[in-house]
Design a binder for this molecule. Structure first.
Ligand SMILES: [Zn+2]
Length: 258
């Protein structure tokens, strides 16, 4: 039993009880969700359990990867890139996504900037998601100091959501690519203390485990890496505990429009 019983407070007077007030994400009106990340496998450390739930409820899901992860293995980038692309395709299949785009920004030296924002805004305008999922762009995340590519991808995605909705920012997207502005309603950030949760059932958990297992050659390069089936359920159960459900995925949720 927890020592944090009701009414206990720390010296600042804050209640020590665990993460009260996590709200369920209201999926009403959400038809499409786009997840923007830097690398193959970034979505498969828990988030793909929410994806499995979304696709099972008829929500379309697209992934935008900004790099092919070519610098992430022991073998040379020219071999690793295509291998990881294929493994990501299978990981997406495991949770039922309908769209996968992998761009060729450089893995390991991804830079926040206008080219990245433009590329993400282009995908948002093309896919027209109601919600965009991205990293927080923060230096410190729950597990330590975040990877520079993750920080660049998160910040650029957050800004690109706004860019995509303004026809005078990157006007060539309208004039050359014939992509009209698009405003997503929701921004869901990972890597921060969650405000909302998506409850996950056992089937979605199993599909999430399978999605990480799909990165077979990548994981084989990491002998110390725990087996997906041994830790993905733990991650989901941990967030579930804070949410008051058996298992869940948490997001820091921002509503961008009414
Ligand atoms: Zn990564």
């Amino acid at each position: 039993m927890s020592e944090n019983t009701a009414g206990q407070q720390d010296e600042q007077g804050r209640d020590e009880e665990q993460a009260p007030g996590l709200q369920p994400l209201d999926e009403t009106g959400i038809e499409r969700i786009l997840l923007v990340v830097a690398h193959p496998d970034d979505i498969e450390y828990g988030t793909s359990a929410a994806v499995a739930g979304w696709t099972s409820r008829g929500i379309g899901v697209g992934y935008l990867l900004l790099t092919a992860g070519e610098a992430g293995m022991q073998r040379p980038p020219r071999e690793a890139g295509p291998l990881r692309t294929e493994e990501q395709r299978r990981a997406g299949e495991a949770v039922g996504i309908e769209r996968l785009a992998i761009l060729d920004f450089p893995d390991g030296t991804l830079e926040y900037g206008l080219p990245l924002r433009r590329a993400i805004a282009r995908e948002i305008r093309g896919y027209r998601p109601d919600a965009v999922v991205a990293g927080s762009g923060d230096l410190f995340v729950g597990w330590g100091i975040d990877h520079p590519d993750h920080r660049a991808a998160g910040l650029a995605a957050i800004d690109a959501v706004r860019d995509a909705d303004n026809r005078w920012v990157f006007p060539e997207l309208t004039s050359d690519d014939e992509l009209e502005p698009w405003g997503a309603t929701w921004l869901l950030l990972t890597g921060r203390a969650p405000t909302h949760y998506v409850a996950v059932d056992e089937e979605a958990e199993a599909r999430a485990v399978a999605s990480l297992e799909a990165h077979e050659a990548y994981l084989a390069d990491l002998p110390w890496h725990p087996k997906p089936a041994d830790f993905i359920p733990e991650i989901l159960a941990g967030t579930g505990k804070a949410a008051g459900v058996p298992r869940a995925v948490g997001f820091d949720v921002h509503r961008l429009r009414g």
